[in-house]
Write a new protein. Structure first.
Length: 188
């Protein structure tokens, strides 16, 4: 039997990547599903580790060839998606796929896989805290930061469509809650 999908979605800066890394250190059956993106790598990112970095023209070509389970144009000209080949690789290893994915992509995966997927929304304690976290990252100029915050406000409206919501106010508590939810789902 093929494995399950654990989907983590959140606005940028809510802490989903930190939580996903924690879960992978605790549950050896979880394999990170590396998303594809057309954006440029950030400092320290490597192709095939954080993302499969694909040029925009090639990304569009792969869309046409139906190489993606799901894909979204998350920001104008910036595409993100999940390759069929990525899930096939994880399932061949006998594992379960864990995703760190944008909100619309997360909902698309949940719709596609139904009960085989557990979708968890990581919510920041407030928009003010989210803004502080994004500013502290130092990876965005003011215009990009505004765009991320506007998108975050929109994404928060979809939280109720997920199976679970974990508020990331205190990281250790959010990690513990997420781990409990994942272990419960995998035991089903």
């Amino acid at each position: 039997m093929k494995g399950k999908l654990i989907i983590f979605s959140a606005p940028s800066g809510a802490g989903k990547s930190t939580i996903v890394r924690h879960l992978m250190s605790k549950e050896k059956s979880l394999y990170f599903s590396i998303s594809a993106t057309s954006r440029q790598p950030r400092k320290g990112e490597k192709d095939g580790r954080e993302y499969h970095f694909i040029a925009p023209d090639k990304f569009r070509e792969l869309i046409e060839k139906k190489a993606f389970i799901e894909w979204e144009e998350v920001y104008p000209g910036q595409f993100y998606g999940t390759l069929h080949s990525e899930l096939d690789k994880i399932w061949e290893l006998g594992g379960h796929a864990i995703f760190d994915i944008d909100v619309m992509g997360g909902l698309s995966l949940k719709k596609e896989f139904g009960d085989r997927a557990c979708a968890i929304f990581i919510e920041p304690p407030s928009m003010k805290v989210l803004e502080t976290r994004l500013r502290n990252r130092g990876s965005d100029d003011e215009a990009s930061l505004r765009l991320r915050l506007e998108k975050a406000a929109q994404e928060m409206q979809y939280a109720s469509q997920f199976d679970h919501i974990v508020v990331n106010d205190r990281l250790e508590e959010a990690q513990s809650e997420a781990l409990s939810l994942v272990r419960e789902f995998l035991a089903l």
